[in-house]
Design a protein around this ligand. Structure first.
Ligand code: SF4
Length: 482
């Protein structure tokens, strides 16, 4: 999961990119970067939060009315400053590119680029592979004037090589701004317009902030190009890909901000529906708490709905320290466990002597849930039930969420009863896969739910899965969540 933004107008692009990246900071706290173009590319990128990477001096240096930005959450790559995005290539034209996603055939593509195209890649980031493939196809066309149709034709050849998830923004020097989304639309990409200015972003929240009217999501397999006169061209690069749409359903469960709208579905609304379904599961299980408490912040909306269905009180019983980022950014296990205590503090009056139903979005490894339940017991909770508005995570994500190792999942080889015992809950209630899909999409299909079902929207062989897992094991970067 990363965040991307791209904009073109007659005004300084960085004035839009910088606030947009702050709005997208929740999508990656590992690194940030931006590239603008005016008589040449201007770039600033580095490890850290947006506020750490940029300062008034370097922002001033980023001149030009076209540009792209990126916040990184490490997927492929070592998490070094060299892997921070965007990337730039000087020929043809001069191209800058940033992406959100993960190419599952990254290693093969990198090998091919090195061996057959004699290209030296300076990073371990798959954005650099996409950039080089695009450059190769554009070079083959030998174009002086880059007509949109020719650009889309080159892009269609790039699409044929890429397997996995990618949402891309790219500046082609003196030509325009390009954006495209993978065949299944696994990663979100939306665009908006304000007078004579366009903006692409991972989430609509960035458009809201900048005063852009949300026009549409880029469809799966679709590309959009805004030329230097701000004329928009769109093309469905991969035919029929709308039918194989598989947007990451976890965006609605956890990743995206609740005030965003992805593929026409409001994230907050989806979380309310997920809470309703979980509440119905609790009713079936005859769970009767005194109070429903969300694990802040993601589970708030869902918890309200659970309480409404169960007709019990909904209270804020855990207060989050706003200055601690999501625990999944902590690099080692011991640091993660300490982070739970740093992050959450209970309100005793809402917990002591009560039967508490905690509502959370998901469990990956179970460490955080165990810590939180122990915390509630330590302040006198009578019983602690744990309700999850997503199903058990059993399969690795190969599309850019850092939970690529099967061994990481508490639900991989354990029954729900065993997980309940391990985390120390009096009851453990999961959402069903059917409930998840119905709640988010009102019954429509079009989602990737592979981490719950094992059914991947792209081709993925067992050996490829093993290779990705092995690479993940050696990197030992931070995990997605506990
Ligand atoms: S496997 Fe899970 S986290 Fe990964 S893209 Fe699919 S739904 Fe999202």
């Amino acid at each position: 999961m990363c965040g991307i933004v791209g904009t073109i107008s007659s005004e300084p692009a960085i004035d839009k990119i910088y606030p947009a990246l702050i709005a997208l900071q929740h999508r990656g706290q590992d690194a940030a970067g931006a590239v603008t173009f005016e008589h040449g590319f201007h770039m600033k990128k580095g490890n850290g939060l947006v506020l750490n990477v940029f300062n008034p001096k370097n922002l001033q240096r980023l001149k030009g009315s076209i540009g792209i930005g990126h916040v990184r959450y490490p997927t492929i790559g070592t998490g070094t400053a060299e892997d921070a995005q965007p990337f730039i290539i000087t020929a043809p034209y001069g191209i800058a590119l940033a992406h959100n996603g993960n190419l599952v055939n990254y290693f093969d593509l990198k090998e091919d680029l090195t061996d057959n195209h004699l290209r030296y890649l300076n990073s371990n980031c798959d954005a650099e592979v996409i950039l080089n493939l695009l450059a190769i196809e554009l070079t083959k066309m030998n174009l002086r004037d880059l007509e949109p149709e020719k650009l889309f034709s080159a892009l269609s050849k790039v699409y044929k090589k890429l397997i996995g998830s990618f949402a891309v923004v790219s500046v082609i020097a003196k030509k325009g701004l390009l954006a495209f989304r993978d065949t299944h639309g696994i990663k979100p990409l939306v665009f908006g317009k304000n007078k004579n200015s366009y903006c692409f972003a991972s989430e609509s929240v960035a458009l809201d902030l900048l005063g852009y009217k949300r026009i549409a999501d880029i469809n799966p397999g679709e590309a959009a190009f805004i030329d230097n006169q701000c004329v928009l061209y769109k093309k469905q690069i991969v035919k029929n890909s709308k039918k194989s749409k598989a947007t990451c359903i976890f965006e609605y469960v956890y990743f995206a901000r609740p005030d965003s709208v992805i593929d026409g579905i409001g994230v907050y609304e989806a979380r309310l529906h997920l809470g309703k379904k979980l509440g119905e599961e609790c009713l079936k299980r005859k769970i009767k708490p005194d109070v429903v408490i969300p694990i802040p912040d993601t589970a708030r909306g869902a918890a309200e709905m659970v309480a409404e269905v169960l007709e019990v009180k909904h209270r804020e019983g855990l207060i989050k320290n706003r200055y601690i980022y999501r625990t999944f950014i902590m690099p080692t296990q011991s640091e993660r466990i300490e982070a739970v205590r740093l992050k959450l503090n209970p309100i005793r009056s809402e917990i002591t002597g009560k039967k508490v139903l905690l509502v959370d979005d998901s469990i990956v490894r179970g460490n955080t849930s165990k810590e939180i339940i122990a915390l509630l017991r330590s302040v006198g909770a009578k019983e602690v039930y744990y309700g999850l508005y997503s199903p058990p995570i059993r399969f690795p994500c190969v599309y850019g969420i850092d939970m690529q190792t099967r061994g990481e999942f508490i639900a991989r080889d354990k029954s729900i009863e065993e997980i309940q015992t391990l985390i120390g809950a009096d009851a453990l209630i999961y959402q069903t896969v059917e409930g998840l899909v119905k709640a988010v999409g009102s019954g429509s299909t079009g989602f990737c739910a592979a981490c719950f079902t094992g059914s991947y929207p792209t081709e993925i062989s067992a050996s490829l899965l093993e290779r990705i897992e092995a690479e993940r094991m050696t990197r030992k970067t931070s995990g997605f969540k506990e």
